[in-house]
Design a binder for this molecule. Structure first.
Ligand code: ADP
Ligand code: MG
Length: 484
């Protein structure tokens, strides 16, 4: 379909994002939350919902949920009740899920998204509430029965629900990227979509462009990466627009995404949905968030990525692009921060991070936490470049890789050992310049007649003869003088 057809419609998207909180123990018991243990080993009678057992709320869960609420400028509910959401499913041992229906811990708030090639936009949140995860049903090929693993049952979750403010699949992608970065900065969730610690359901509808009455929404489930959320939404827009163009009705339903075909297919229609008969859990007393507790959580809030970007641009005069790359993860940002606590060469530091350091991490598929070159030693190398004793390219290509391995020698020692100290003796450089000028009389004449572009060729020749160890600034000056 061509773009004209699409421009007749406005797309409306709202997301529901579940994040598993990385607490040691579950939300209502002391059972471990560890991922990957043998099935049904992280289970006690509480997790299994045996009669007579009582849930006891894990304080950390509430703190984590409040952290993200503060990060999104949500209003924090001081009075919280926990509701039972009743439904029958084999992986739900109690026959109900504990969630927050009437009093979400965080109300409202906003998240700014930066979609690719489009303006930043503020997306309003409807709420963030606390709930527990269910177990997992396993349908193994060699088994005719369904197996159930309750390890995940009772693992704490937050659900972040947006208002229907998103308008493109790119914005949805950017929203999730923002949330993933945020939960990682806040140390409340590992943000891993492939392993299911971050999960997203996407609601999408279309309406005639300019209308303010939303169309019927379709909910898409089963997307395990940011890219797949975007793909699923792109496909769903096409499907809905096609239906609308044919004058067919779009029905409210839940659809599942197939990542192999890139398409969605119907799972159940809205009418078949359960009535959950929510009611407050009588076993849990209401939770009151005191002002003291809230203040203590607020005090421990880390600097958030967007604030860091602002600081890097305004205080360090870095390009916005650099600032974003440097703040992509908290670990990269703190490495950078340590560098600049020893030098005020912000742009040079950024270049080192975005160039040699990133390439090294990529090539060796390691994280910055496993990188053996300390920020202080990188500063040592930067200072060697600054002093003019080696060029950036020699430093990054020859000295840097050695420094990563040889953790005892200084940058200068390695440079000396490898015989890489740059010639800054003007006499020696002058000799080289004289030789080059003498070897290319025709080019010299051409240069003097106005072909100034030849300077590059002369420079190249001087540098080549100096085996890259010539101070380029000095060589350039001497050449210009010589050529007149
Ligand atoms: P439901 O009652 O079906 O659970 P909610 O109003 O609670 O629906 O909204 C669930 C999610 O769907 C929210 O993220 C919301 O922003 C989104 N949403 C609501 N209406 C629409 C719509 N017409 N089109 C797209 N998304 C929508
Ligand atoms: Mg709802």
């Amino acid at each position: 379909m061509d773009a004209d057809v699409y421009s007749k419609y406005t797309v409306v998207i709202g997301l529901e994002v579940h994040a598993q909180l990385q607490t040691q123990s579950k939300i209502y018991s002391s059972d471990s939350t560890e991922f990957g243990n043998s099935p049904n080993t992280n289970v006690s009678v509480i997790t299994l919902g045996h009669p007579g057992t009582l849930p006891r709320l894990n304080r950390k869960v509430v703190e984590y949920a409040i952290r993200i609420g503060l990060a999104c400028s949500s209003e924090i509910s001081r009075y919280n009740i926990f509701d039972r959401k009743n439904y029958f499913y084999p992986d739900l041992p109690k026959g109900y899920q504990l969630t927050q229906d009437r009093t979400p811990i965080c109300i409202g708030g906003t998240v700014t998204v930066s979609p690719k090639n489009a303006e930043d936009r503020e997306i309003r949140l409807n709420r963030i509430h606390i709930e527990e995860d269910a177990g997992k049903s396993l349908h193994l090929p060699e088994e005719s029965d369904t197996l159930v693993d309750f390890n995940r049952a009772g693992v704490p979750l937050i659900e972040i629900v947006t208002e229907p403010d998103l308008r493109t699949p790119e914005e949805a992608y950017a929203f999730l990227a923002e949330i993933r970065q945020l939960v990682r900065y806040l140390d409340i969730c590992d943000g891993n979509m492939e392993e299911g610690s971050l999960r997203c359901d996407a609601n999408i509808s279309i309406m005639p462009a300019g209308s303010d009455t939303f169309g019927k929404k379709v909910e898409i489930k089963n997307m395990n990466s940011l890219r797949n959320v975007q793909r699923a939404l792109e496909h769903e827009i096409e499907r809905q627009v096609m239906l609308a163009e044919k004058g067919e009705e779009i029905i409210s339903e839940t659809r599942t995404f197939n990542e192999t075909t890139g398409t969605t297919s119907g799972m159940r229609t809205k009418e078949e949905l359960n009535d959950y008969r929510y009611f407050p859990d009588p076993d849990l007393s209401p939770l009151v968030v005191s002002e003291e507790w809230l203040a203590a959580i607020e005090e421990k809030m880390p600097v958030l990525p967007r604030e860091l970007v602002k600081k890097y641009v305004q205080e360090y005069d870095l390009p916005e692009y650099d600032a974003r790359v440097l703040t992509d993860s908290k670990e990269i940002a703190s490495y950078f921060e340590e560098i600049i606590s020893h030098t005020d060469q912000y742009k040079a530091a950024s270049n080192w991070m975005m160039g040699p350091v990133k390439s090294y991490l990529n090539e060796h598929t390691i994280e910055i936490g496993d990188f053996r070159l300390t920020p202080v030693r990188l500063v040592d190398l930067m200072k060697l470049v600054e002093s003019g004793k080696v060029s950036f390219s020699i430093a990054s290509q020859r000295i840097f890789p050695v420094m990563v391995e040889d953790t005892d020698s200084s940058a200068a020692e390695i440079a000396k050992r490898l015989n890489l100290i740059q010639e800054s003796d003007s006499g020696a450089i002058e000799q080289l310049v004289d030789d080059v000028v003498a070897d290319f009389p025709d080019k010299v004449t051409a240069y003097r007649k106005g072909q100034k572009g030849l300077l590059g060729m002369f420079m190249g020749e001087v540098m080549k003869r100096g085996k890259g160890k010539i101070n380029p600034k000095m060589a350039n000056e001497l050449l210009r003088n010589k050529l007149g």
